[in-house]
Every structure is written in C-alpha cells, then in structure tokens.
Design a binder for this molecule. Structure first.
Ligand code: ADP
Ligand code: MG
Length: 293
C-alpha cells in the first residue's frame, strides 16, 4: 500500500500541475543543491526571428537567405522555422535541395546546385574545422552580446553568411531564479548555443553557472560532473536532446510542452509549462518532508 502521506503529497502535487512519475525523486527534491535549466524553450520562449544577417565576398543577402532556407527545408528546429519564415517574408525563392541531414546539436546539411551546404552554430564550425572570416566573427560577437543566437551558412567549405536570431526570455524565468536562490538552491544553465548568448542570458537572469556549446550527447556528462562534486542535481528540460540529462539527474523535470522523449525520461512533469513550478516543487517537497517527521 502507498503510505498515506505520500498519497496526499502526490495528489497535492497533481493539484499544482505536477505529474509525479517517481515519488522517491519528488521526496529527494527537498535536498537539491543545484538545478540545471536547459536554455532554449525552457528559460526562453524558443521562438526565434531573424533580426540581422551579414554576407562575405559580395554574396547577395537574399541569395544567402534562400540558400539557408533550402538547407533548413526539412528541419523541425526553431532556428529552421525562423530562417524559412524570414525567406518567406522577403519573398525570396528557395532553390531545390537534396541529401538533407540533421546534425544533432550542430546544424543541418544538404546539397544545393551541386554544392554541399551547411547551416549551423559554433559547434558546426568546430566540426567542419572552418575558419570564420573576420566580418562574420565581428557580426557574431555583437549579436552574442545582445543574446542573439548566430548560425552560419557554409557553402563548399566556406562560411559565406551569418544570421542573428533573437529569442525572448520568459518572464517566469526571472521569478524562478529568485525563488530558487531564496531556497538556497544554486541555478545553472545548460545549452548547445554559443558561450556569448549563454552568458548574456545568464547575466540577465542572475544564473550562477553556465555550460554552453554543449553537444546533446554531452549534456548528461555535465550533470554527472556536478554529481561527482557531491551535489544533488535537478535538471529541467523540454527537448529530445535533454533526455539523457533528465535520466541522469537526481530529479529530472520535464516542462509540459516538451517532447515525448523528454517527458518519458523525467521524474516529474510540470504540466502547466511554467518554470516557476520548479521552485514550487522544491517547496512542496520540503513541506511534505516536515510532515513525515
Ligand atoms: P539547446 O541546447 O539550446 O536546446 P540544440 O541542442 O537544439 O539547442 O541546438 C544547439 C545548437 O545547434 C543551436 O544553438 C544551433 O547553433 C545548432 N543547431 C541545431 N539545429 C540547427 C538547425 N536546424 N539549423 C541551424 N543550427 C542548428
Ligand atoms: Mg531546448
């Protein structure tokens, strides 16, 4: 039989929009030292819009956008959606592409007009070992300082354009960082996005620790590293990319709008898709513990 106090707490949690998949994890939440948040789609809206672009070597801006939209044609990523929308808005015609390939946490690849073309972030450039022309570098630095995500267009091995995308920090993200600090829980952020963007968002929110440019397959390693320091770690995420980290964490928390994979990897699901519920979860766990003593 389920002990009465646990049953009560589980229904209390449910009434607060928390689906508890692992009751032991829910009880553990009261002792969390650090909670790591995924950035995109968790602390931010995850709805990007292209706000600026730059090209090199006399490449036409509309041509660059059309090429990028062609490569992003089959991607579900919000970056892809933003680029296709920008191309639509400008009424540019997207060329045909084939050989589409998604490179998790890096970007996308396709063949257009016989050229291999990539669109992706800093992790892609590292992977391709491409040197970034100074014009693009300056553009990326400025965008990064404004918390804008930059992706590069690489054609036949050469970076030829960059696009800056603005995402919006959710109002509730400010509240949850403050609330967790009041509960003496350290707040960290984990993202595949660039160090610049990550730092800008973290500074804005008052987040204590930043892990940026982390590949999807390494997100759980970050959790493990904190655990190796003796910390009890919570992880909050929404994406397929976050699943291994959610599993690895002492308390894995999925945000309600998240993908099925994230939801299935979590101990607790925040149905209302509100980051503030992360702090309420810790508070609820502390309150139940007191009752049990
Ligand atoms: P996060 O960890 O912030 O949720 P992802 O792991 O989904 O983000 O992506 C990490 C990075 O990989 C993005 O910031 C971007 O640089 C690059 N990326 C991923 N998918 C795409 C895509 N479809 N087009 C361009 N860049 C992409
Ligand atoms: Mg995400």
């Amino acid at each position: 039989a389920i002990p009465l106090v646990v049953a009560i707490n589980t229904s209390l949690a449910a009434r607060n929009g928390m689906l508890v998949r692992d009751r032991i994890a829910m009880e553990r939440a009261r002792n969390l030292d650090t909670i790591i948040f995924d950035k995109t789609g968790t602390l931010t809206e995850g709805e990007h819009g292209v706000v600026a672009s730059v090209t090199v070597g006399g490449v036409d801006e509309n041509e660059a956008l059309a090429l990028a939209a062609a490569v992003e044609g089959d991607s579900e990523h919000m970056i892809a959606r933003a680029i296709r929308e920008a191309a639509d808005d400008r009424g540019v015609e997207t060329p045909a592409s084939d050989g589409f390939e998604a490179m998790k946490g890096r970007g996308v690849r396709a063949v257009v007009d016989g050229n291999e073309v990539f669109v992706g972030g800093p992790n892609l450039l590292t992977h391709l070992d491409s040197a970034v022309p100074s014009d693009l570098q300056t553009f990326a630095e400025e965008a990064g300082e404004n918390a804008q995500t930059v992706v590069y267009l690489v054609r036949a091995g050469e970076p030829i354009a960059a696009f800056a995308m603005a995402d919006v920090i959710r109002g509730e993200s400010y509240q949850v960082v403050d609330a967790l600090h009041d509960l003496e829980v350290e707040v960290a952020m984990l993202t595949g996005d660039s160090q610049d963007v990550a730092n800008a968002v973290a500074t804005e929110l008052g987040i204590d620790t930043v892990f940026a440019e982390v590949l999807p397959e390494d997100k759980d390693v970050t959790v493990q590293e904190l655990q190796d320091q003796g910390k009890l770690v919570g992880m909050v995420g929404d994406g397929v990319n976050d699943a291994p980290a959610l599993t690895r964490a002492d308390v894995g928390i999925a945000i309600g709008s998240g993908t099925d994979v994230a939801v299935q990897s979590a101990d607790v699901i925040l149905v209302q898709n509100n980051p503030v519920d992360v702090a309420r979860l810790v508070t609820l766990s502390k309150a139940s513990y007191r009752k049990m003593q």
